[in-house]
Every structure is written in C-alpha cells, then in structure tokens.
Design a protein around this ligand. Structure first.
Ligand code: SF4
Ligand code: SF4
Length: 420
C-alpha cells in the first residue's frame, strides 16, 4: 500500500480507541513474539516487529504520536499473518488490534481491487475477460515474456490459475444416499472468479459424504481485502449480507479458502452481535470438515504414487487452527507421500493484497518456500488458500519448477472413483 496521508479529520471516528487501548495494553513488551515475526526477521527493525507496531498503535491511540506516513508504512508492512498472536504468552489479540488500528487510521480508504471483487457484475465481466485472455494463449505469452512487467498487473498474471469453463454453481445439491445433514458452502469473490471447479469438487464430495449442500446465491465477498485496507464500513456491509444469505438449517458454513474462512470465523468481532456470533460458530474450513467427517465405504480413492508437499497458510494455522486436517485428509489417498513444507510457521508473503503492495518483502519471504520445494522435489504442492497458491505458483514458474499447485480438495476429487 502506498504511504497515505493522515486520517482525514472530517470523517467521524468510530469508537475504536477504547478497544485499541485495551488490546495494546495487554502487551508486556517481553519480545517473545519477535523471533516469529517474518518482517522483523527480514529487517531486524523494532518498528517492523509486533512489539514495535503495538507500541506505535498504543502511542497513536493515546494521542502521543501523530499518524504520519512513516507510521502507516510500518503497519502496511505487517503481513497480518498473526504468527505473533499464536506465540504471545499475554494473549494479545493482535489481529483485532491491527484491524481496528487500520480502520482508525485509514478510515474510508477504498481499494479498487477489493471493490471490483466485491461487485458481482464486475466479477462476471472480469471472469469473461480472463477466460478469453487464457483461451487465446495470451496469458502464456505474457507470462513467458513478462509483458505486464513486474508490477501489480504482472504479478497477478504470473500467478493466475486457469479460470476454466465450469458452469454456475447450483443453489442446492442433494445428498447422495441417506442424508446426514445440511451444510452451506461459502463461495467468496475469488472462488466465484477463479475457483469454480474447486467449488464443484467440494459440493460433490460433500454430497457423496451424505450432506445436502446449499450455495446461497445472495452471498458475497467475505470482506477480508476491505479489512486489510481499513475499510471497515464495506467489510461490515458485506458481513451483514452474508449473515442474511446463509440458511439457518445449515449446520456448518464451509469455506474452501482459509483467508475467507478466517474472517467469517471472526464476524462476531466485526459486527459484535448475537447473530454474527451464531454465524461465526458455524464457520469451518473444508479440510477440517472433511477430515472429521465419516466417509462411506462406497467412496473409494484411487492410489496416487506421487509426493505432495503441504503448505500451511497462516490463516489456517494461526486463526482457524486447522492445519493438521490437511495431512489427515491427504493421507486418505493411497500411496500418496505427504510431506510438510519446512518452516510452515513462516508466512509465504502472499497475505491478501500484500503480494501486490509489498512485492519485495513478498518475494523475499516466498524465496525460502521455493527453495524448500526445489529441495523436496514433490510433484504437487497443496495449499488451502487461493492467495498463497497464486503467489507460490508464480514463484515456481519463475524458478522453472514444474510443480502442480493444488487445493487438497481438488486432489481428493481427482482420485475419487465412485463419485457421480
Ligand atoms: S509476545 Fe505478546 S506480550 Fe510479548 S512483546 Fe509480543 S505481543 Fe507483547
Ligand atoms: S502479524 Fe505477522 S508480520 Fe505482523 S507483526 Fe505479527 S508476526 Fe509480524
């Protein structure tokens, strides 16, 4: 994100200061989070560490520090990976603190990317344009020749997955065999745009496990990119729309992208009411749901004599705490060798729109992941988050490594033999 001017004074402040003070005051400055912070690891600069950022947020909230562009820069360079939160003995709610501080400082900032993705009509247009771009072979040519350069557009093109010709998603998929329950699938803006085939895989798999699957057509973007930009009003508007869209009879609201799932899981913090708390309690990552579900004997998986390295996204590890499900699930595939990507505790640098806005840091963090893949030599790299998958796929392509980056559900669906 480019350095911003201070928060405009004509925009009324939300009542964010008490929450910022309460969260920041919990920090006892012990520094135990520092070795776990990727940006501190890159810079060795206290202001790029969790403790330094908390001190800055606290000073602004107390009125002791002006929110200068320099201060904005320190918050912009935070990945929001929450590795610090996971290690903090004082249980500082760093994610909430960062979200509130960004909203306080950047209030009403709009991101063209987030706004485009959160508008269904624009997504449809973009999907059509992307299909043409890919079907004509232009994407391959631009990737090879770096025709879009190495800026934001170039980076997006390098990591774009095949949009494909998957049809629109049905509002209801009946259960195969005796019905075990009802669930609802969260699509999200990037899911609708880039991952329809995965969503079809997910609904078929859930149906084969005996679940009736709702895909509410009035659901929208989760709002995560808006939160990252401090645009709390838009994020809350989207959250309200999603709350209204999902049927109460669905016992679980299942997300296929951990970045979306993490925010859905914290809608109670965003909206602070009972309806949001009830919604948040029902949210679960697809890997966690499938790993815990009972699989019918009729659902068989073909063997796959390959090696898959598992990338754990920060949202899956540090917010949803569901990373173990990836291994449980993938080990269902006979003969598949499932290995952990080393240093999964460190962010890959994708972090929502971070890969576009902080390209140098994003690439520096990704370099270790690419080196680890080169060392392990898997045929497949599994990731449960679209942003990470795109960022890693672009890095692998640049490194000349022919590794297929897949969602675990895609891999399972490829191996199902009895799925109809
Ligand atoms: S570990 Fe927690 S309490 Fe210690 S410096 Fe980091 S955020 Fe503060
Ligand atoms: S969220 Fe990640 S990048 Fe930001 S301060 Fe915490 S550990 Fe560092």
């Amino acid at each position: 994100m480019a350095p911003l001017p201070c928060r405009p004074t004509d925009i009324p402040a939300l009542n964010l200061i008490p929450q910022i003070l309460a969260d920041a005051d919990r920090c006892v400055l012990c520094g135990m989070c520092l070795p776990h912070c990727p940006t501190y690891g890159l810079t060795r600069n206290e202001a790029e560490s969790p403790r330094g950022r908390i001190s800055l947020m606290l000073a602004v909230a107390r009125g002791q520090l002006e929110p200068t562009p320099g201060l904005h820069g320190h918050l912009d360079r935070c990945l929001g990976c929450r590795a610090c939160e996971a290690m903090c003995p004082s249980k500082v709610a760093y994610g909430r603190l960062l979200r509130n501080a960004r909203e306080y400082l950047y209030r009403q900032q709009h991101s063209p990317i987030a706004d485009t993705l959160a508008t269904p009509a624009r997504r449809t247009l973009l999907r059509g344009a992307l299909r043409l771009f890919q079907a004509s072979g232009l994407q391959r040519a631009t990737q090879k020749l770096h025709l879009f350069g190495r800026g934001a557009a170039g980076r997006l093109v390098q990591g774009l997955p095949e949009v494909g010709a998957a049809p629109a998603l049905p509002a209801l998929t009946p259960a195969q065999g005796p019905e075990r329950g009802q669930v609802a699938l969260f699509v999200g803006c990037t899911g609708d745009l880039l991952q329809r085939a995965l969503l079809h895989d997910a609904r078929r798999l859930l149906s084969a496990l005996g679940y009736r699957v709702h895909i509410p057509p009035t659901q929208d973007c989760c709002g995560a990119l808006h939160v990252q930009q401090g645009d709390g009003d838009s994020a809350r508007r989207l959250a309200r729309q999603n709350l209204a869209a999902f049927p109460l009879e669905a016992e679980a609201i299942i997300s296929v992208a951990s970045g979306c799932g993490a925010l859905l899981h914290e809608y109670d913090q965003l909206l602070e009411d009972e309806a949001a708390a009830g919604f948040a309690r029902r949210v679960i990552d697809i890997n966690a749901f499938l790993a815990a579900a009972e699989w019918p004997d009729t659902l068989e998986l073909r063997p796959l004599a390959q090696k898959v390295a598992v990338h754990e996204s920060c949202t899956l590890r540090n917010v949803l705490h569901a990373q173990k499900a990836l291994y449980t699930l993938l080990r269902r595939i006979p003969q598949l060798e499932v290995v952990e990507l080393p240093h999964n505790e460190r962010c890959c640098g994708a972090a929502g729109s971070y890969l576009i806005e902080q390209p140098e840091d994003a690439d520096a963090l990704r370099a270790d992941k690419i080196a680890a893949v080169a060392e392990l030599q898997p045929q497949l790299l599994a990731s449960a988050n679209i942003g990470c998958a795109m960022h890693l796929a672009a890095g692998l392509r640049e490194a000349g490594l022919a590794v297929d980056v897949v969602h675990p559900v895609t891999l399972l669906a490829r191996q199902v033999t009895s799925d109809k």
